[in-house]
Design a protein around this ligand. Structure first.
Ligand code: SDX
Length: 392
């Protein structure tokens, strides 16, 4: 029995590490950040408060919250020379390729002055990463569009500033719709952490060698890019476009059953029940579309019909396949006006706090050892070298 939750001995044998940050009950479809249910955080918190909670283990009081928000705002600019890295990319480079490169390049700006064994240095690294990733992501979009680089603005929330940096131009100031900004902030909260998923495990493994946090987070971004992980929300939009309309759902579902392709946004390594984030995302999707007068958005209606059919089809029920966080997030982002190419960068932007929280927890653990997974060797038995002129 550990904390609020009990584990069966079989599970304990498979656990890769211990952590106090996030708990998932895959059978019940429950998710907790530091013991707080995700439903309550999505409803009452904001992303920077969730960041404080994940990093520090407790909800902040008013002064702690104000100081944290100030520190993030203080670090959200990029060194002007970092903008030169963008110019080395083709204009049509995927923003995730740019994020891997530019976040990794932060090592060149901060690595030498960084002692990862110094708690203050770790804290500043966390602030720098949480503060700069929205700026880095937004500049990747602007470089892709041939727009001038933009800068964060004082007096805006984290989500409002991201939208401002994405869409304001020197001629037109982007007018933030508070309902859309709140929906984006909730998307950031829902994606902030998720226990030992592939990208977080990547960050932990990279960090266990003592590599600097900027290089470790770049490794996490690279892993998240895969369509089975963070790339799924982009894949859901492509899947809905390929299905086209409700009349084609039956043919598509048959293709899934014939194993020709997967139902993107469905299934999960841990959840064998509804992903609690999917339900919150579905509600958020409805709120955003209603605000924009798009309740009849064909993508949303198609997605809900697809979900209804899949949830009642024995093929999916027997395999415990339910919608995950990515099934509706793409529709929300698309309705907010964010292009598909920016969906996974937004996932990376949100998950940075989870990655840096796990990195900090691991580095601060005096018993930490370098990760060294073992394997079962199934290759050739011992054999002697054969000189080239004796080989067939
Ligand atoms: C994220 O780990 C995390 O926490 C990740 C994440 C996070 O916040 O970090 O939650 C974010 O990555 C969410 C997942 C996003 N990916 C997708 O939506 C892509 C589509 N999903 C699949 O690729 C798949 O469901 C996985 C990769 C997510 C999980 O794959 P598993 O572990 O193989 O799933 P499983 O063991 O439950 O599969 C059981 C059966 C298998 O079929 P059978 O061999 O029994 O016939 O279900 C099938 C699988 O082939 N299956 C699917 C399916 N997912 C599993 N069949 C059709 N469509 C799917 N999506």
């Amino acid at each position: 029995k550990t904390g609020l939750f009990t584990y069966d001995p079989g599970f304990l044998a498979t656990a890769s590490c211990e952590s106090k940050i996030t708990f998932i009950d895959g059978d019940l479809g429950q998710l907790y950040y530091r013991g707080y249910p995700i439903e309550q955080l999505a409803e009452h918190s904001d992303f920077l408060e969730a960041c404080y909670l994940l990093l520090n283990g407790e909800l902040p009081n008013a002064k702690e919250k104000a100081d944290f928000d100030y520190m993030v705002m203080r670090h959200n600019m990029l060194h002007d020379q970092i903008l030169s890295f963008y110019k080395g990319f083709r204009r049509d480079a995927h923003p995730m390729a740019v994020m891997v490169g530019v976040v990794g390049a932060l090592s060149a700006f901060y690595h030498d002055s960084l002692d990862i064994n110094d708690p203050h240095h770790r804290e500043v690294s966390a602030f720098r990463l949480i503060a700069k990733v929205p700026t880095i992501a937004a500049q990747a979009y602007r470089y892709n569009k041939g727009l001038p680089f933009s800068y964060p603005k004082g007096g805006l929330s984290y989500a409002e500033n991201f939208l401002h940096m994405m869409f304001s131009t020197p001629v037109t100031e982007y007018k933030v719709n508070p309902v859309l900004a709140k929906a984006l902030d909730r998307i950031f909260i829902l994606h902030a952490d998720h226990e030992q998923n592939a990208s977080t495990s990547t960050v932990r493994l990279a960090g266990s060698s003592g590599a600097n946090p900027f290089a470790c987070i770049a490794a996490g971004i690279a892993c998240l890019w895969g369509p089975s992980h963070g790339g799924a929300n982009e894949a859901v939009l492509k899947m809905l476009a390929e299905i086209g309309d409700e009349s084609k759902i039956g043919e598509f579902i048959q293709g899934v059953k014939d194993k020709r392709f997967k139902l993107m946004g469905f299934g999960h390594r841990v959840y064998k029940n509804m992903d609690p984030r999917a339900e919150i995302m579905r509600r958020t999707c409805h709120e955003v579309l209603t605000e924009l007068g798009l309740q009849d958005d064909p993508k949303f209606k198609l997605a809900m019909k697809l979900e209804e059919i899949a949830l009642n089809d024995p093929y999916f029920v027997e395999r415990k396949l339910y919608p995950n966080v990515d099934f509706y997030s793409g529709i929300v982002l698309s309705a907010i006006g964010i292009p598909v190419s920016m969906f996974t960068p937004i996932f990376a932007l949100s998950r940075t706090v989870g990655w840096i929280s796990h990195w900090t927890e691991m580095i601060a653990d005096p018993t930490m050892k370098i990760g060294r997974p073992r394997q079962l060797y199934t290759g050739s038995p011992r054999r002697d070298y054969v000189p080239l002129d004796e080989r067939k």
